[in-house]
Ligand binder design. Sequence first.
Ligand SMILES: Cc1cc2nc3c(=O)[nH]c(=O)nc-3n(C[C@H](O)[C@H](O)[C@H](O)COP(=O)(O)OP(=O)(O)OC[C@H]3O[C@@H](n4cnc5c(N)ncnc54)[C@H](O)[C@@H]3O)c2cc1C
Ligand code: FES
Ligand code: FES
Length: 491
Amino acid sequence: MSKHLLKFVLDDKLVEIDFTRESFLPSTTVLNYLRSLPHHRGVKEGCAEGDCGACTVVLGELDENDTVQYRAVDSCLLFLPAIHGKQLITVENLAQREGNRLLLHPVQQAMVEKHGSQCGFCTPGFVMALFAFYKTTKEPTRQNLVDSLSGNLCRCTGYQPIIDAAVQCCSQRNPDHFDKNQAPVIELLKQIRNEILALRISTPEQEYFLPETIEQALEWRAKHMDFKVVNGATDTAIRQNKTHEFAPAYIDLSLVESLKLIREDTHGFFIGAGVSIEKLKAFGQKHMEALLPILDVFASLQIRNVATIGGNLTTASPIGDMIPLLFALKAQVELASVKGTRRLNVEDFITGYRSTCLEPDELVLGIHIPKIAANTYVSSEKVSTRRDLDISTVVMAMRIQLDEQNFVRETILAFGGMAERTKRAHNTEKFIEGKNLDSSLAAKAAHILETDFTPISDARSSSSYRTLAARNLLIKAFEGLIEKIKTLPHD
Ligand SMILES: Cc1cc2nc3c(=O)[nH]c(=O)nc-3n(C[C@H](O)[C@H](O)[C@H](O)COP(=O)(O)OP(=O)(O)OC[C@H]3O[C@@H](n4cnc5c(N)ncnc54)[C@H](O)[C@@H]3O)c2cc1C
Ligand code: FES
Ligand code: FES
């Protein structure tokens, strides 16, 4: 049985939304909901597309040990059901009143002392991103601090005072009022969890299903093939905000825990479709370094905290960053419907511009990534106008398997941004195979690459720039590999 009341914790109290009695819809964003309330207007709308961080809020969620884990997210890209069963923390919750005195949270106090704000428009977003950093990062470094703030823009203060504020408050962290008053919040979150979490919301304008298990999701999918599927909704919400694409019905997979699992088997790893890009990054740091160059420059922390690998693949975007890498990793996608499951190469899954061979009753369960053999090298690189939080102009992933004499046994060269879909450079691959890996090969291969693609010119880049960027990425990847091989121990 499913319920229709959305439940979450705000201001340390249980809040219930009955959409049948409200003027807003389930796919209303958390930002618009908060701004409709009288006491939560600190959150700001800058871009409404995940680019400025002015709308940053923090979600608190129980982990398997019943402790609250905090994540910064962009509320402009979050549909309301995404906060079901969670604690929603806004900038209004940070300071505390003691009698007549307002006690700022350490991150706010540091922003004041280090002059981290001028016009103040971006400040609530920065404060919330800093708050999440304060709560989650055990070993703050300049690198992880800058990474945590890369989703926030400030057009007047400049970043140095904000970084100084972060360094000040994070260098001597004491328990804050969230630690001290956690017990009642945990009780409320457990109370919601112990009820059935699945939601089925029906309003005259919109249907919204939030299944809790994959079986429920597949059953609902089979009955409602015209419903729009979402998970992190970072791609979907942007369409609602910017091009006013309104979906009358949704199946939202973000509650399905089994889709968020990563497991190892004899051949490699299975990554659930609902694994967030940030979780995938943590997995890469432990088990698969080849994932990191792309994940390090993927969007911002606020986006990575909710965007999923299944969503990234299924958008089939020609500039989706993970798709070329999944080609090079020889990944396979597992699809399921009530009739059963099937598995196919990611390369065959993508059929054209933003299209896949997913059947209307199917969902993506996850991705199988085989382990990389010792004589095989996988690398990837992205060219974009700026380093952080930017869409790729060209993205390349390379797989090269070498024999004992460093002759190329097998190669995959996959490119995004060079055609209407992610494509392999088959001519160049054929040219490289069987040849000795050296710098002269790189230069010749880069020349052949021009025969593989005829990229278009668009607002992001010209055709000639894309071609040049692709050539240079190939040369860079070759040079990197040649250097790497030199440092490997010889028998
Ligand atoms: C500011 C910003 C920056 C971004 N930066 C990057 C970037 O650097 N690199 C990059 O590649 N992308 C980027 N993106 C695009 C987007 O965030 C990613 O593609 C993301 O991984 C999509 O995942 P999601 O779960 O949010 O997708 P959703 O919006 O939930 O879904 C996307 C599509 O996938 C389908 N879908 C999702 N899950 C399933 C499933 N399990 N089964 C069947 N269908 C499913 C949905 O129906 C929908 O069509 C960015 C987006 C924003 C807003
Ligand atoms: S309003 Fe800019 S990221 Fe949300
Ligand atoms: S203080 Fe004005 S935008 Fe940051």
